[in-house]
Design a protein around this ligand. Sequence first.
Ligand SMILES: [Zn+2]
Ligand SMILES: [Zn+2]
Length: 555
Amino acid sequence: MAHNELVFAALGGIGEIGMNLSIYGFGEPRRRQWLIVDCGVSFASEEQLPGVDLILPDIGYLIEERKNVVGLVLTHGHEDHMGALIDLWPRLNVPLYATPFTAALFEARRASEPGAPQIPVKIVPLGGSVTLGPFAIDFINVAHSIPESNALAIRTPAGIVLHTGDWKIDPTPLIGAPTDAAKLTALGDAGVLALIGDSTNAIRDGRSPSEADVAKTLAELIRTAPRRVAVTTFASHVGRLRAVADAARLAEREVVVVGRAMERVVQVARETGYFDGVQEFRSAEAYGYLPPDKVLALCTGSQGEPRAALARIAEDEHPDVTLSAGDRVIFSARPIPGNEKAIARVINGLVTQGVEVITDRDRLVHVSGHPRRDELRDMIAWVRPNILIPAHGEALHLAEHAALARRLGVPNVLVCRNGDLVRLAPDGPQIIDEVPSGRLYKDGSILVNAEARTVAARRRLSFAGMVSVALVLDAKGALVANPEVELIGLPEFDAGGAAMLDIARDAVEEAFDALPKPRRRDPDAVAEAIRRAVRAAIAERWNKKPICHVHVLTV
Ligand SMILES: [Zn+2]
Ligand SMILES: [Zn+2]
C-alpha cells in the first residue's frame, strides 16, 4: 500500500536568481495535493534574448495538475516572486493568497496592464495563517527590501517546512517589524523537518548593515547637496522611499516623484499605511518652478532601464526634469547582474553633464535585502532543521549556503536543481523524480516556449544578418529573369573592397550554372545548392555565415 509523502520541487529560482516558483506536494505518489509558493519572472538581457521582455517559468505541469492544486501563496511583492502571475494565473485559476501590501501592489500592477484579467486575491493578515488542504501555513514576518516579506511555516502531517522567502535580519528596518526571531525559535522548538532558504548573499561574510544606517548616509548627502538632488532606487523599496522623503523634509526640499512605477508604489504605500506621516509629494510638472536647493527628484531607473526616468534625464530628454553641472545624483541601489552596462551608460550621461554621481561604491547608500553568512547562521540556530535545501541563488550561492549548513551540523543538506522532485518525508531528502520545468519568454504580448526557434533565429540574425535570394524558373528549369539578391545586415564591402552584393550574386550564378540540367527542375534542390554556395562564398570573405533564404518560383 502506498504511503503519504511530502515532496518539494522548484519550477524556477534554483540555480538562478529570479523566476521563483516552488511547489509542495502531499499524499500518495499518484494522488498528491499541491501548494504553490510564488510565481515570479526573470528579466532578459537584450544581447542574450533580443526582443524578449521577461522570462517566466513553464507551468505546464501545474496546468495538468490544476485540479490537485489547493492554492498559490505569495511570500512578498517583488517581481521575481509575483511578476508572472498576470500572464500565468489565468491558466491556473487557483485560489491566490497574499498579505495586504502585496495584494494592493499586485492589484495596482494588474490594473496598469492594458487588458489584464481580473485576478482575485484573498488577503491574509500580517502574522496570520491559512489552511489549504493538508497544508496549514503560518505567515512569519521577516525584514526585506519591500514591506511585508513573509517566511512561510508550512505544517503538514509529515512535518513542518520553513520556506524562508527573501529575508534578512535588520533590527531597525524603518518600516514593518524586524524578523520574528521568537516565532522562528518557537518553530525550531516544535521541530522543523526542512528549511528551504534564501542563498542570495551566502558568499558574503558578516551581517548586512541596517536600513537605518543607509537612511543616515542619505540624510547627510541630501542635506549637504549644494544644488538639485535626484535619488534613484528600486520603486518597490518603500522603506528607502520613506528614508529619502524624511531626509528631504529635514533639508527643506520638496519631493517630486518621477516615473510611473514609483508613483504607483507611493500610492499603494499611502493606501496601506506605510507612508503615514510622510509629507505630500509634488508632481513632476512642479519641478522646474522650484529653486534648485529646494527640490529633490525621486526617480525610477536605478537599473539603467532605457525608458525609465533617470535614463531620460541623463539623455536630457525628460519633459519635466533636467539636471545640470553641480547637481547630485544618488544611486541608492545595486546593479542586478546583467544591468551593469546599462547603468554605466546612464552614469556616463550624467557625468558628461557635470552631475556628481554617488553610488554604493562611494558611500553606504544601499544595503541588500538578503542575509549574509552570520544571518544565515542565526536562522539555522533558531530553526534547527533536519534538512536544508538552498534556494534563491545561482550555483555558487547554493553551494556556499550548503557548505555553511554542513559546517553548522545540519544533518541533511541537499542541493537540487529546477525540476528535481525531492521527497522530504519519509526517508528524506531524496531526489525521486523529475517534474517538467522550463522557461517561457514574453515576446511582445505573446508567450513562447524557450525551445521555440524564434528567439534563436533572432539572435543569429543580429550576429550575421541575412541574404535573401529570389529566382524565377520556367518548366524546363531555365532562368526567366536575373536572380534578385538582397543583403540585410551584412557589411557592404569585403576587406579588399569587393562589393558583398556582387560576391553573393556571383555565387548564385555559379551555383546555378554548376547544377546539371535535370536537377534545375527541382526547386528544392536549386534552393539548397544556392543557399550553400552563398553562405560559403560570404564566409570565405567575411569569416561569418549569414542566414540565407532562397525563394524559387516556377512559371
Ligand atoms: Zn527574490
Ligand atoms: Zn525579494
